[in-house]
Design a protein around this ligand. Structure first.
Ligand code: XUL
Ligand code: CO
Length: 453
């Protein structure tokens, strides 16, 4: 079998010396923090951080942008005598990369794994063939499928949407694709299936009946729920919010929109949310905000852990590098009790200029490492019990609602008149400092000062 990454022997070692400032290290490709088998409160890092490689960006990305449509990345495995042969090479490259990096999960869109054929039938057969090959690779390597999804946005037929397309024949093509992708996920033992509404939104209200389209989307999701159940799919369905791009306004705008949509159309019990960092930015939120919105509704399913670039208004899908963001994200995951159905899917791409195959290694190693460090920080914060969702700070701040009148207010046991009488009795409350700067400094101490080895 062709080796696509001969410059890396793999698996990537753990080397605490990597970051010794001033040292001329000979092993830049090493983990400083990530130790797959290191136990943290009884669970290995690998289990706590279930990283997943995003097949589309990592294997299939070409480095194109709106001003440069031609491929820039150096990717041998995308070539072949036919699209199916190229797809097989891509699968080989994927599993070589996964194994060398020590990543145990992957995620894919159906059309990344297998190419569109000349007819719907040929397309279906391609997928079935590639799924069998992927199953073999999984068996040989122990790598598992985290989630899969159907690409309902790249093909020209989806220009005006898939489920929300004004033409029911397009709806039907999309439905067929989801049926097949769900079966592929089941066959590969995926724990989840994602719906991201690529073109389920609008670009102008002049020709769009928004409510009609939202109803179509709901009907589509109901069909998928029913099929998943009847076909014995045992995974979890996820909805992934995104505010805009490619459409001007997506119907799955942010977590709050999605939760409302699920409630409105009687889908609430069937979905969790797959929350992406860069999509949070596009909605004008922080990642932490979006994660918490999902978690507070009991709907935190899985994470796409990329990062946006400040000041850029589109989905840049950079690899994560910012410790603070990672800590805040993992603190919410910890608060929510983990991700039994999901994991940390990178959904990130190397920059157009980082066209070497080797750049894929640096990107993933760096991202895994910063999340490993973030996990250690979150654990320390949790052990100290001050900061964080379950910490003393938040408990104390709202303690007035845990007893006496505060508690009775929340329970609905007091009328407005009774509360007014109480207000007169207790008089003007003292003003208490929010201590924000003090606490931000404390957070920084955890990020940068605390020894975590
Ligand atoms: C697009 C995006 C998707 C979903 C899966 O911005 O994030 O790749 O994660 O379809
Ligand atoms: Co995503």
């Amino acid at each position: 079998m062709t080796e696509y990454f001969p410059e890396v022997e793999g698996p990537i070692p753990y080397d605490p010396q990597r970051t010794r400032v001033g040292a001329r290290t000979r092993r830049p490709l090493a983990f400083r923090w990530y130790q797959a088998q290191r136990k943290i409160r009884g669970q290995t890092m690998e289990c706590r951080l279930k990283f997943a490689m995003a097949y589309w960006h990592t294997l299939r990305g070409a480095g194109a942008d709106p001003f440069g449509l031609d491929a820039v990345y150096d990717r041998d495995w995308t070539r072949g005598d036919s699209p199916l042969v190229a797809a097989k090479h891509t699968l080989d490259a994927a599993f070589e990369l996964l194994t060398k990096l020590g990543i145990r999960y992957y995620c894919f869109h159906d059309r990344d794994l297998s190419p569109e054929g000349a007819t719907p039938r040929e397309t279906r057969r391609n997928l079935e063939r590639m799924v069998e090959l992927a199953a073999d690779r999984q068996e040989q390597t122990g790598v598992r499928l985290l989630w899969a999804t159907a690409n309902l946005f790249s093909h020209p037929r989806y220009t005006h949407g898939a489920a929300t397309n004004p033409d029911p024949r397009v709806f039907a093509q999309a439905a067929a694709q989801v049926r097949q992708a769900l079966d592929a996920t089941r066959r590969l033992g995926g724990t989840g299936f994602v719906f991201w509404g690529g073109r389920e939104g609008y670009t102008s209200l002049i020709h769009t009946d928004m409510q009609q389209e939202r109803e179509q989307l709901a009907a589509f999701l109901h069909l998928a729920v029913d099929y998943a159940k009847s076909s014995g799919f045992e995974g979890q369905l996820f909805l992934e919010p995104k505010a805009r791009e490619p459409t001007v306004h997506q119907y799955d705008f942010d977590c709050a929109h999605c939760l409302n949509f699920l409630r409105e159309f009687d889908l609430f019990d069937h979905f969790l949310l797959n929350v992406e960092a860069n999509h949070a930015t596009l909605a004008g939120h922080s990642f932490e905000h979006e994660l918490l919105t999902a978690a507070d509704a009991g709907k935190l399913g899985s994470l796409d852990i990329n990062r946006g670039v400040e000041g850029v208004g589109w989905d840049t899908d950079n690899f994560p590098v910012d410790l603070r963001e990672c800590v805040l994200a993992l603190a919410v995951v910890d608060h929510a009790g983990g991700l039994p159905w999901g994991g940390l899917n990178f959904d990130a791409k190397v920059r157009r200029g980082s066209f070497r195959p080797l750049d894929l290694f640096f990107a993933h190693v760096g991202a895994m490492d910063i999340f490993a460090r973030a996990l250690l920080v979150v654990e320390r914060m949790r052990a100290d019990g001050i900061l964080g969702r379950g910490g003393r700070l938040l408990r104390e701040r709202y303690s007035g609602y845990r007893r006496g009148v505060g508690r009775r207010i929340l329970r609905g046991e007091m009328s407005l008149l009774e509360i007014e009488a109480w207000a007169e009795r207790v008089g003007e409350p003292p003003l208490v400092s929010g201590r924000q700067e003090e606490l931000e400094t404390l957070l920084n101490d955890y990020l940068y000062c605390t020894e975590l080895d």
